[in-house]
Design a protein around this ligand. Structure first.
Ligand SMILES: *Cc1c(COP(=O)(O)O)cnc(C)c1O
Length: 457
């Protein structure tokens, strides 16, 4: 249908005024976070020591379907939203597929990803509570950048613990964060008790998100006026990211687009959870069916090879336990893996939906992902983030299947960000030195052994 524009831009007035909380429509709610000491669900009071009050309320709210977006957050959203829904005409032509491919592009802001959608909300609630600052971890650096931007906007101090391998591979990302006023420390560091312990046990470790989370949480709970914020996994983050799906749904409805399959990459699950939220809502309420596919790296295969179980969110085992599809908090992905999505756990909401058969998951290898990324870049012009390229790869595979069968399916995927800071990874792909590393069953058994024993589960 050529009456669909290349880019569907919504008006400012189409910007959602409420986030959608998919938990309200889930029959089986995601399991609550547990106190690792007692094995009991965390109370709001216990969570309040780590997280901001309003965010705790959102974390625990399984019932309110629509939560108003405060005006101050919407004002900031307006600086880079609504984001476009793009019809990938050029990619379709290149592939020679009868499928119609759409992507929601979240890379049009300085952080280069969807993460700003939650960063701005979390910084707002921290400011409203009168805090001095927030601490966090960052892997590839997009979350740290997004949070630095949000903290600069609301005048909050921002301490970022950056996974060491990324800190070394991505010095420019670090400088962006510092430009926005954040302090950036490579993790594990000697600054925290847990960092010193991890370094003593694993000298020379390149770090992991799990380590960096432990450090950021320790600094938050030991410094008055600070709280910890997290860029993915948590229910509150998926709630904020629903803005992505709500805009997509509005754009689809305006042009009569009905996706047959919705595809997203999954690290901690926030972009996918956000993109699918209103569509999953329809599915849960029995109004319409969609195929929903999570794509993860074969080197960090949470859904496809993890266990539906409680696990720590961090390596230092000081964080609450969440019921996810974890690989074990002791899992550290191979340093060969350049493609992001390195977290050992997964959103409890998506984990429950996956467990209930409401969505599928596939794992893909990084060389195939970069191959898809380059094909996409050459056709569509956008240089995609490696994370996003996992979704591109599976969307392209789906389009190629349509070419074989002649089906004119409508494929929607989330293009979560741009890859300007990932050129070391692109370089290794272009040089032909990139390899695939897939953990063996034995490797996974070792990290599964780090799963906690939780009484009564
Ligand atoms: C962080 C990030 C992801 C993965 O995180 P999710 O919480 O799974 O969405 C994907 N794409 C980009 C560009 C990111 O920055």
């Amino acid at each position: 249908m050529s009456d669909i524009p290349y880019k569907i831009y919504l008006d400012e007035s189409d910007l959602p005024t409420e986030w959608y909380n998919v938990r309200a429509d889930m029959k089986n709610k995601p399991a609550p976070l547990l106190n690792p000491g007692t094995g009991h669900p965390l109370t709001a009071e216990e969570m309040g020591g780590i997280f901001c009050e309003e965010l705790v309320a959102q974390e625990l709210d399984d019932d309110t379907a629509y939560i108003p977006i405060p005006a101050e957050i919407r004002e900031y959203y307006k600086t880079y939203r609504p984001s476009p829904l793009v019809r990938a005409y050029n990619l379709e032509k290149r592939l020679g597929t009868p499928a119609k491919i759409y992507y929601k592009f979240e890379g049009n802001n300085t952080s280069g990803s969807h993460k700003l959608n939650s960063a701005i909300a979390q910084a707002y609630y921290a400011k409203k509570q009168g805090l001095k600052g927030v601490t966090t971890e960052t892997g590839a650096g997009q979350w740290g950048t997004a949070l630095s931007m949000a903290c600069a906007y609301f005048d909050l101090d921002c301490k970022v613990y950056m996974v060491k391998v990324s800190y070394e591979q991505k010095p420019f990302r670090r400088e962006v964060m510092r430009t926005y006023g954040a302090s950036v420390t490579p993790s594990p560091s000697m600054e925290t008790e847990v960092g010193r312990k991890i370094l003593a046990e694993h000298p020379g470790t390149t770090g992991s998100l799990g380590c960096a989370i432990s450090e950021a949480v320790e600094v938050a709970v030991t410094n008055p006026g600070y709280r910890y914020v997290l860029g993915s996994v948590l229910n509150q983050v998926l709630l904020h990211q629903s803005v992505v799906g709500l805009e997509t749904k509005t754009a689809c409805d305006k042009f009569g687009i009905v996706p047959d399959v919705i595809i997203g990459c999954a690290g901690g699950g926030s972009n996918l959870g956000g993109l699918i939220a209103p569509f999953m809502g329809e599915k849960l309420r029995g109004e319409r069916d969609y195929r929903i596919v999570a794509v993860e790296p074969a080197s960090c295969p949470s859904f496809t090879r993890g266990k539906f179980a409680f696990d720590f969110c961090d390596t230092g085992k000081i964080c609450p336990l969440a019921k996810m599809y974890p690989l074990g908090s002791g899992f550290i992905p191979s340093p060969n893996h350049a493609g992001g999505l390195r977290f050992h756990g997964m959103s409890p909401i998506l984990s429950q939906l996956y467990h209930d058969g409401l969505m599928e998951a596939v794992a893909v290898e990084q060389t195939a992902v970069f191959q898809a990324a380059e094909e996409f870049a050459r056709a569509e012009g956008i240089l995609p983030a490696p994370e996003s390229s996992h979704a591109i790869k599976v969307a392209m595979d789906e389009a190629m299947r349509c070419k074989e069968t002649g089906e004119e399916k409508t494929i929607l995927f989330g293009l979560t960000g741009t890859g300007y800071f990932d050129l070391v990874a692109y370089q290794s792909f272009n040089d032909g030195t990139m390899t695939d590393s897939i953990p063996t069953d034995e490797d996974l058994e070792k990290s599964f052994a780090t799963l906690p024993v939780v009484p009564g589960t």
